[in-house]
Design a protein around this ligand. Structure first.
Ligand SMILES: [Zn+2]
Length: 159
């Protein structure tokens, strides 16, 4: 997830528990550092759990975000692994196609004096359904290698 995905969730949770003060930026950044590897698609579930299971805003928010993420993941893994892996020349059967691209912040390329900052991101393979073992259809856009190459991306090898 990105900071821009976590921030509104924290704000909504604060509002829900009647806190009108925003979380301090330094504290938010500490929280973000502990949960940034969690996929954004788990956030709606996590937000609902915090509202359902707590009587006030948790002081150690990352602990609960992570805990509810594990619950979400085990519930979803059970569904995802049902799909058999098929042979696919496009994604080598992996289901996801990875690219390296320039990271964007608020619509502008992100960089420093050493040049642009790059990030890796993945697309669902448009030629097979192996991606179903990794994510839901609305989690990532679908693409082919050729389409991504035509867009000027370096397509990375996948496992
Ligand atoms: Zn494929």
């Amino acid at each position: 997830m990105t900071e821009d995905q976590l921030k509104p969730m924290i704000r909504r949770i604060g509002e829900y528990f009647g806190l009108d003060k925003a979380v301090l930026l330094t504290r938010f950044e500490q929280w973000y550092g502990r949960v940034k590897d969690i996929p954004a698609e788990a956030l709606p579930y996590i937000e609902t759990c915090i509202q359902d299971h707590h009587d006030s805003m948790p002081r150690n928010m990352p602990k609960y975000i992570r805990g509810y993420y594990y619950a979400w993941k085990s519930a979803n893994t059970a569904k995802l692994i049902d799909y058999p892996r098929t042979t696919c020349a496009e994604c080598h059967g992996h289901g996801l196609i990875w690219i390296k691209r320039t990271a964007m912040i608020e619509g502008k390329p992100w960089g420093n004096i050493n040049g642009p900052i790059t990030e890796e991101t993945s697309y669902r393979c448009a030629s097979c359904e192996n991606w179903k073992r990794h994510c839901h259809a609305d989690a990532k856009p679908a693409a082919t290698r050729q389409y991504l190459a035509d867009q000027g991306h370096d397509v990375l090898f996948n496992s």
